[in-house]
Structure formats: C-alpha cells, structure tokens
Design a protein around this ligand. Structure first.
Ligand code: BGC
Length: 915
C-alpha cells in the first residue's frame, strides 16, 4: 500500500494558465495564408491520406486527410483550419486549391473527408493545411503533401488477365515477360498490378522496393487487390523489359490440410493483370499492358505453398529473364483468361516486409550433413541462406518452434492439421538445390513460416557458417504507436511477447498463428484488437479485413469463423463469441481513431448480423458459439458468454444508430440490448449472493467487463470475483473469452492490486509462466507441456497488453470524444510495482502516463498532446494539502467524487504530480 497523508503538491510542468485564453476570438483572412501572423511555435505535421504517408494508387473517391498539431505549449489547441487540394503544388503552397478549398473552418477537427471536385484516376493531388492556434494566430504552413489516385474505377484497366496454363496441379511457378521501347524522356511511370495468387515484379532485371507477399489474401472470387509501383527511375532509354513471377498464395493451394484450402471454389492457376502507364515529358501517355503478346516459361521455383514452404532448383535459373535482350525464343505464349472477380480494388495497406534481420544466435553441428540454428526468438518469416557446393546438392531448411528431446527441430506441435498426400511437400521445410555456380543465395518469396529454430540439412556433407544464415521477421509493417516499460521485467517481457505475436499474426489480415494454420480466426482477432490498437497504427489492416467480412457475409447475416475462407467455417465456431468482429472491430476503430467511417460502412452488416442472432434466440439468450476456448480448467456456460457477445453487438449497433441519426434503429436495438441483459441476469445472476452461475472467473468477469451487471450490484459481483480469484490462488482460471475480461473486471471495479498480482504471476497458470520459461511470443495453451492446442505463437491471449495501458497507465479512449480527443486517465499505482510508463501515440500525438514510487512519495507524470484534453482520476490523497482538498490549481478544474477520487480536467501539456 502506498502511504496517503503527505503534504501534497501539484507541479504543473508547464504553465497551465494558458487554459484561460481558449475563448479568444479568431480572425480569418480572405484569400490565402499569407495574411496571417506567423506563430513559429506551432505547425501542422504528420499529414496522412487514408492513414498512409503520401500514398500512391488509392481508389477512395472521398479520401480522408488528417494532420496533427505540433505545439508543446500548454493548452495548445487548434481553433480553426483551412485545407487546400489541387494538382499544382506551387499553387497549393500559396493557398490556392483548384480542387478543394475548405475555407477557414472554425473547428478543432484534424481529419476531414475530401469533398472537392471529383477526383480523377492516375492523378497526383497536392494538399496542405493551415492551422490557427489560440488567439487566432496562424501556424506556419505545413509542407505540401500529396496523394495519388489509381484506377478509381475498374473500367480503366487496359490489360488482359493472363496465365500460363489451366493445370492447377502443375508445380513450378511461371515467369512472364515482355519488352518495350522508350523513345522520349519519361516524366513518370507507374505499374498497376493485380493478381490472384502472389507475384514478384521486376523491371529491367531489378525488383521494386522491399514489399513482399503481395497482394494480400482476399476472397479471390469476390475481390482482388492491385498494388501501384512508381517505376519512373527503373526505366531507361531504348529497350526495357518487365517481368512477373507468379506464386500460388491462397489462390491455388496445392498443400492439403483440414480446412480444404485446396478445394477453394476460386482455385485456379495464378493469374495477373498489369498496366504500366508511362507519362512522357511531352504529356503523352502510353500504357504497356499484360496481354497475349507476353511470353511465359517455368521458373526455378519448382514448388511454392503459402502454407508449407518453397522449393527452388537453381540449376533452372535463366539469367536475365526480366532484362531486355533476353532470348525468350523458347518461351511459350501466355493464355488470356477471365478475371478472377468483378471487383478489382486498390490495396491500401502498410506493406508486408522484413522489419528485422536476425542473426543466428547459436549454431550447432548435429553431424556432417545436419546443422541446427537457433535465432533466439520466435518469429514469423523466412530465412536467407548463402552457400556454395556442387551442382545438385539439395538443402532442406526445416523451420520449427521447438526442439525434441534430441535437440532436433520438432514440428509435432504445429503440423497436426496438415494432411500431406505424399512426402514431396514437407511442412515448414524449404528445399534448395544448388546450381554449383559459386556462392548462391536462397530466400523464398511465396511463403512464410513460424519458427525460432532452423535445421539445415543436405544430401552430402557441408559446413554452415552462422553468418550465412539469417532469419527475416515478416509481417504487415504497421507503425508502432505504443510503449510500455515498468520496473517488473516479467511484465515487460509479456508486453514484448504480445507485440511479437501480434505482428507475427498480421499479414494483411489478422491470423491465429503463423505456422499451423495462418487462418483469419475472428475470435482471436477481436480479443486482440485493443492490444493491436494501443501498440500499432493498425486501422488500414482492419478496414481491409472488414471488406473481407462484407465479402464473406451470407445474405442471412451469418459470418464464417475464419475470414477470408475458402468455404470452411460456416458450420462451426462462428457464433457471436467469434464473429462479433463485424461489430467490435469498427467500434474499436471509432474509439481509437474517432473515425465513423468503419461503422458507417459496416452498419448494414452489423445489423444483419444482430438480426440473425435474434432469429436464433427469440428469448434474448443464445448458445451459438464455442465458448471460453482453451480454458485453464473450468469452462463457463456457452450460453452465458455467447449471449454476452450478442448483448455487446446489440449495444454497439444501438450506439452506432444514434451516431448515424437512425432514431428508430437506435430505439429498437437499445431495447434489444436491454432485453438480452435482462435475460442473462434473470437466468444467471443471483441478486443475493452476487454470483453468476457457479461463480467461475469467466462467469463473473464477462458480465462485469461488458456492462451487463446491474449498477447497484457491480461492487458485490466484483467482490465475489476477487474472492474467486483468491480462492484460485490468485491465478487465472479462464479461457479466451475470460482473458479479455478477467483483469479489466478486477482493475475497473476496485481490485487493481489483485489484478496486477494475477497479471504478474510467474507460476502456472499465467502469462508470466511462459515468460520465465523463455517464451518470446504468447502461447496457445497455459501449460508449457500441453498436449494439444500448442502453437507457441498465438495472439488470442493477448488482451493483457491492452490491460497494461488501461489499468496501470490508465489510458482509455473517451467514447464521447473518441480518437483520444479527450483521454480518460485512470492510473492505478498498484502495490508491488515501483514504476510504470505507458505511452500511446493517438491521432493527436503522444499520450504519456508514467509513475514512480519510493517509500516516501508517488510521482505521476502525464503528457497530453496538443488539441486534446484529459480527464484524470486520482486518489483524493494526491491533492490533499494539510488535510484539505486542493480545489483549484492554476486553472485546472478539480471535482471530488464520492469514492475518494478527484477528477481533474487537463488541457494539453505536461504535468507532474507528487504526493
Ligand atoms: C485456432 C484458434 C481458434 C480456434 C477456434 C484454433 O485452431 O488456432 O486460435 O480461435 O481454433 O476453434
């Protein structure tokens, strides 16, 4: 317990008196920004379009443009803005937008939806924003930014879809090539490349950039993504060549596993469509397109499976295949083939790429043909091998998460759902055959794996040097937005492991694990979505995944348990405890970004979904679902947990209806939510004891967490939960759904110290148990020696990371001013932890909440970004001066609450409190 009756003092790090002049008047100039008094202490920064930096190839007719105010003066605020969009960068820089000029808007908003003249395809738009701060003083101009449209409309495509054969069983990946001439100076050149399958693009023999595994997985017969490349600097005068290597990806799944990927209704030999659009200096435009004049041949990639591995025979390399002048006389003509779907849209995502290269940590020679490399961490990705030897030498790279009792790579925890039909496609095992020409490099392009260990073997003796093998951590490269650091190394280890697992499970859609399945399991993803959003700028992936949801939803509202799916998942595991993603993900995006668009876009889908559950559960209860998956020992009734998610969905729908001014729906779904709440409480809650059901941890914490418990019984139910947890030796006894609720239900209902003790446990069952046993990622099951459900890289138990931001840092979005316009701060200075720091970079900038305890004092420091505010809840003792409540400190409003907390309303700035 920290001590309470000390001389308290509040030290505003910066002068909070600035709060007082927020109401000063603003004056606007008429034409451009030059009329304004410059104010060098502020500027607009972090300009984004569709949440990306200067994107090229976007299709959105009304893109979202956002910025931030960089101004660390206390109370800094945007009082007005004016935004210009145009095709002439100089004009835009001068405050003239030929496409859109918002005029001066007296507003604190920092994101607008484009509403100017209709955007044209293939056009670069420049934009900037003028901000006025307090007193109507203008900030210096934001440097001109840009975005570029792509096709906008699929009728713009000129190319044909092409492939090499109809044979889906043919193993080698096909090359495609075409040459063309350039006879005038080029101003700009873009490649638009849509594919069903995966591809690698080369222009004049070189790859473009560092993105890999494009395009990301979609329901291929309903939506295909295209990627735009700037290839201006790759083109040369005279002869040029463009080359495409096609991989199978999820489109032509040749490996066999229990989810029938190989029977996907869309399955076909991979295909692509490409337009290379060259704009010459003289303004003329030429488009080089995929079509019947392209040539094709088989490549050295003799087998590739997104699920298992890649095999490469370097003896089949054709040097210069994507360079001009290559002799393709022996190559075949391509086949023109139908488009895979009628919906070809831009891929608007942070690309998948290698974000880290890991050297071998420990290398062991097992015998003269086998070496074992340990990379020290579990990751998703691939390996790069550099080696030399005789032509035909065959290497195998077997990727594993763990070792067997003989210290050899062990796949038995992850190959359980794989159903190979022969031994030609070993699991997580690349095969590389040498050409014999000097030092050769192998790096697969159409596959990734989950691993920490790689066993490299060959069909003849060889020597492996550690520096010749490197692991590449691949994932959607979403920018980090969060940081946790505490005085407890185990807690820090859990946070890092959760980040590793979150990223290892992000490949343009959230997955369950990077090895055994790579499936877009819905339940895992909504449970982990707050962890994702506190730690990473993940909106683009979630918006894309919501598109996938709409593609998969049945007319009756039903969603499959895994998304995208080749058909599996409509019959099992797809109840509301899993597929509530359709409501929970857009709602969380609204809370974290303050952006209503995901809710608007999915409104009808959420509604159809909720209506479908209602169809099946007229009395307000449903037992449609899997329940508390992989529990420690006890399992709550499925009807209780599934009905809780039904309630969550109906509540989100009701709130969304209000936000979208749909009054009738608002009333209807509010009443439905109430009906569900009542039904749950009538059946499961005993008012006198405060117990739900038998009083298991999940039974008590799920209703607490989701607001189902009647207000007057909250503390009673919370007390029962605390007792239950203590009876369980202050360890968890929950599964997937319980992990979402247990820690929050405790810490948000007066039992933060206990929640911390549970979260920081280092003995079984706990997260810390994994960490003290060497885990660098989160596991799928609680015992480290469990016999089933034993992937070592699952994110589904990952809510604990979000909990650290919420319970210890106290950082919550405010539903009434979402996107951290106002931050709710409710830190808990828990017993047993000496210091803690959480930082989250929200749409307004970096929010920091940080505390430190000594025997004498608690110090709490907080930073609130410009143009946002915070409502801070502190223990009353923190503001006691000689036993009296310090009422007001230089403009900070202080309200006392009945439960001996004080509430402070803070403006932007940095503050330090100590008591
Ligand atoms: C997956 C889980 C998933 C579960 C649901 C497992 O195979 O890996 O993470 O949520 O199935 O049944």
């Amino acid at each position: 317990m920290f001590r309470t009756n000390y001389s308290a003092h509040l030290i505003p790090v910066a002068n909070v008196a600035i709060l007082l002049f927020l109401s000063a008047t603003i004056t606007f100039g008429k034409t451009g920004r030059s009329d304004f008094l410059p104010n060098d202490s502020c500027r607009a920064e972090a300009l984004r379009c569709e949440y990306l930096v200067r994107p090229i190839g976007i299709d959105a007719p009304r893109p979202r443009l956002s910025w931030r105010l960089d101004d660390d003066r206390p109370g800094a605020q945007q009082t007005a803005f004016r935004l210009w969009v145009g095709t002439d960068s100089l004009a835009v820089a001068q405050g003239l937008g030929n496409n859109w000029d918002t005029g001066a808007q007296e507003s604190e908003r920092m994101r607008v939806t484009y509403k100017g003249k209709t955007l044209q395809p293939f056009t670069r738009y420049f934009w900037t924003v003028q901000i006025w701060g307090e007193n109507g003083r203008a900030c210096p101009p934001a440097p001109v930014n840009s975005f570029e449209t792509g096709m906008m409309n699929q009728q713009q495509w000129q190319g044909d879809w092409i492939t090499d054969t109809r044979n889906v069983e043919l193993k080698p990946a096909p090359f495609f090539r075409k040459e063309f001439k350039i006879d005038r100076p080029v101003q700009s050149a873009r490649v638009y490349l849509a594919a069903a399958g995966l591809y690698e693009l080369q222009v004049n023999g070189r790859g473009i950039g560092d993105r890999v595994l494009d395009p990301t997985y979609t329901r291929f017969d309903r939506r295909n993504l295209y990627v735009t490349y700037d290839v201006t600097s790759q083109l040369q005068d005279g002869h040029n060549a463009i080359g495409v290597l096609l991989g199978n990806g999820w489109y032509n799944h040749q490996s066999t596993a229990v989810w029938y990927f190989h029977e996907a209704p869309w399955r076909a030999r991979p295909k692509f469509c490409l337009d290379l659009r060259i704009t010459y200096d003289d303004g003329s435009v030429v488009v080089i397109s995929s079509g019947s004049d392209w040539k094709t041949d088989l490549s050295p990639v003799i087998f590739n499976s997104i699920y298992t591995a890649e095999h490469y025979d370097a003896r089949l390399e054709q040097s210069g295949w994507a360079e001009p002048g290559f002799d393709d006389g022996e190559w075949k003509n391509v086949q023109v083939t139908p488009a895979p779907s009628q919906n070809i849209t831009a891929q608007v995502l942070h690309p998948i790429r290698a974000t880290e290269e890991l050297p071998v940590k420990i290398l062991r020679r097992i015998n003269d043909t086998v070496w074992l490399a340990d990379f020290g961490r579990n990751i998703s990705g691939i390996c790069r091998l550099r080696i030399s030897g005789e032509a035909g030498t065959t290497f195998r790279l077997k990727h594993a998460e763990r070792l067997d009792e003989n210290d050899r790579a062990d796949l038995s925890n992850i190959d359980v759902h794989y159903r190979p039909t022969d031994d030609s496609d070993p699991f997580q095992t690349d095969i590389f055959i040498l050409s014999g020409k000097g030092t050769e490099t192998f790096q697969p392009r159409f596959n990734y794996k989950g691993f920490q260990y790689v066993e490299v073997s060959a069909d003849r003796p060889f020597t492996l040097q550690a520096e010749n093998l490197t692991a590449l951590f691949l994932h959607s490269d979403v920018p980090p937005t969060g940081r946790i650091h505490s005085s407890n190394p185990t807690l820090n280890g859990i946070w890092r492991a959760a980040n590793n697992s979150y990223l290892a499970n992000l490949f343009g859609y959230p997955t369950d694990c990077p090895q055994r399945e790579k499936n877009g399991w819905t339940g895992d993803a909504h449970i982990a979505s707050e962890t994702g959003l506190y730690n990473f700028d993940g909106i683009t992936v979630y918006e894309k995944w919501l598109d996938d949801h709409r593609d998969e939803q049945q007319p009756n509202g039903v969603l499959p348990a895994i998304i995208p799916t080749s058909g599996w998942g409509y019959h099992w595991a797809n109840g509301p405890d899993w597929t509530s993603t359709i409501a929970i993900i857009p709602w969380n995006l609204y809370l974290f970004y303050g952006d209503l668009r995901p809710l608007e876009e999915n409104y009808d889908n959420i509604k159809r979904y909720v209506d479908q559950i209602t169809e099946r559960s007229k009395d307000g209860l449903t037992n449609w679902g899997l329940g508390d998956w992989v529990p420690v020992k006890s399992k709550a009734p499925v009807e209780l947990t599934s009905s809780a998610y039904y309630f969550v969905d109906a509540s989100i729908l009701a709130k969304t209806a209000r936000l979208l001014d749909k009054t009738e729906d608002h009333q209807k779904y509010s009443a439905l939510a109430e009906k569900i709440r009542k039904a749950i409480n009538e059946k499961y809650l005993d008012d006198t004891t405060g117990l739900y059901g038998e009083g298991l941890q999940t039974e008590l914490s799920v209703p607490l967490q989701w607001g189902i418990v009647p207000e007057h019984l909250r503390s009673k139910v919370a007390a029962r939960l605390a007792e239950r947890v203590k009876a369980d030796d202050e360890h968890i006894d929950v599964g997937l759904l319980g992990t979402k609720a247990i820690l929050n239900a405790l810490s948000e209902n007066g039992h933060a110290d206990l929640a911390y003790r549970v979260a920081a446990q280092e003995t079984y069952p706990s997260w810390g148990w994994w960490i003290v046993n060497g885990a660098t990622t989160l596991f799928e099951n609680w015992p480290i020696d469990a016999e089933s459900d034993i992937s070592m890289n699952h994110i589904m138990f990952g809510e604990i990371s979000a909990w650290m931001y919420k319970a210890l840092g106290g950082i919550f979005p405010d539903e009434n001013q979402p996107g951290f316009k106002n931050v709710i701060l409710k830190p808990n200075f828990v017993e047993g932890l000496d210091s803690f720091e959480a930082a989250h970079e929200g749409p307004y900038g970096m929010i920091v909440s940080k505390w430190r305890k000594t025997d004498e004092q608690i110090t709490y420091e907080v930073t609130i970004p410009a143009n946002s505010t915070a409502t801070l809840f502190l223990p009353e003792s923190s503001l006691l001066v000689n036993g009296q409540l310090l009422k007001e400190a230089r403009g900070i409003e202080v309200t006392k609450k009945e439960d001996r907390t004080v509430v402070l309303q803070l403006a932007a700035g940095s503050y330090a409190f100590s008591w």
